[in-house]
Design a protein around this ligand. Structure first.
Ligand code: ZN
Length: 405
């Protein structure tokens, strides 16, 4: 048996050039599109197979295995990022800022949990495990956030839709959702009529874990036009979270406002980026302590590569995180998701050129916004910054006008 001599480690610059060449020549079949700073996922150069080959190439070049926990979007955004994260000589230069799109800091020493005060005042009532009732100032803030997102939706041409809370389990199956926290409920009436078919997925319904699963079946079988197709909807969503419920923060039943888009990759990305800009402008105006970062879920786990890759390498996710107390603990209050052609393929939504449509959704957890805004600015409207009060007034006026119209 021959033992090959150890190959010398490339310098960071050499590794960068090797990877640029490998992606352009091998993965993209002779492209020149990718350079060290090209966003490999956002700009659509990676798919589930290419990322596997790229990881293998990095491992081969460095003669070391990349541990599964390091296979995260944040570490693979650009070639420059890959080199700075994985090359041993360059590792010192790696920073975590690569996965942060936006950051705004407030004076966190002032932040306090508003929950006890809100309960005393009756603005928040825990009506059962993982369920809250809102009133008063908490409800005003809740509706103001929603009205603001609705205004953005209007500006993007997304009409309002309304869906039930229950969704056919068959739709979730088709969307490849496996969420034990959304219990499947046998449809009673049907079960009585077809007791022998009780396990047929078409006979079961579930509580929706997200709003956008209601939207894709509505576009199923359609061929889209030249412009992106959007809609917005607010609905109740359900996640059981093993019973670990925290009022306003981790609810069994919570409220989600989503803006959903289908179209070309670029159209979906444009909508997503436009909403990132709206959100950053809002948190600037409201003087909110916030950051937007790439969600740190690893995009595959050991031993389950194939399926997870398609779902997670394809589903590129940013999260808005808002601080909720003086320790600087943050919660995710919105997510900006690009699903690539995952749902387009699953639900048969096509583009004019007969390829599967891309899709994206931007989702706002309204109760979490209430928690974070009240934690940061207090439970008394009068103590809020001027811009915050003006925003509340504006949103309330808009709603009353809308209701009277
Ligand atoms: Zn969604």
């Amino acid at each position: 048996m021959k033992i090959s001599p150890p190959k010398p480690l490339p310098t960071p610059e050499e590794l960068e050039r090797q990877l640029v060449h490998f992606i352009n020549a091998t993965l993209l079949g002779g492209s020149t599109a990718v350079d060290r700073d090209t966003r490999l996922f956002e700009d659509g150069y990676m798919n589930s197979m290419r990322i596997l080959y790229l990881i293998a190439m990095v491992e081969k070049s460095l003669g070391a295995r990349i541990p599964d926990r390091s296979v995260r979007l944040a570490n693979f955004r650009t070639i420059a990022t890959i080199v700075s994260v994985f090359h041993p000589d360059a590792a010192a230069k790696a920073t975590s800022t690569a996965d942060r799109l936006f950051e705004r800091r407030g004076d966190r020493s002032r932040f306090a949990s508003p929950l006890e005060l809100l309960r005393q005042r009756g603005d928040v009532r825990v009506v059962g495990a993982g369920r809250v009732a809102l009133a008063g100032f908490a409800l005003e803030v809740f509706e103001a956030v929603d009205a603001t997102v609705v205004r953005w939706a209007e500006s993007l041409g997304a009409p309002e839709h309304r869906y039930p809370s229950l969704i056919d389990a068959a739709v979730l199956d088709r969307a490849n959702v496996v969420i034990p926290s959304a219990p499947v409920i046998p449809s009673e009436a049907r079960d009585r009529r077809h007791s022998d078919r009780g396990t047929d997925p078409s006979d079961r319904v579930s509580l929706a874990p997200a709003v956008c699963y209601h939207a894709y079946p509505g576009w199923s079988g359609q061929t889209l036009g030249d412009t992106p197709t959007l809609l917005t909807a607010r609905g109740h969503c359900y996640r059981y979270e093993d019973g670990n419920h925290v009022p306003l923060e981790r609810l069994w039943e919570f409220t989600m406002r989503e803006i959903i888009v289908v179209g070309t990759r670029q159209q979906v990305e444009d909508v997503r980026q436009s909403l990132v800009r709206h959100v950053t402008a809002l948190v600037d105006t409201l003087e909110v302590d916030a950051s937007i970062e790439t969600a740190s879920d690893p995009f595959f786990a050991a031993g389950d590569e194939g399926r997870r890759l398609m779902q997670q390498a394809g589903a590129l996710k940013y999260e808005l995180r808002l601080a909720v107390d003086a320790t600087g603990r943050t919660i995710a209050a919105a997510s900006f998701n690009h699903h690539h052609d995952f749902f387009g393929t699953r639900f048969g939504i096509r583009l004019a050129d007969d390829t599967p449509a891309h899709s994206g959704c931007v989702a706002f957890g309204l109760e979490r916004w209430v928690l974070a805004l009240l934690a940061q600015h207090g439970v008394e409207r009068g103590a809020w910054p001027n811009a915050g009060r003006a925003w509340l007034d504006d949103a309330t006026q808009r709603r009353t006008r809308g209701a009277g119209a």
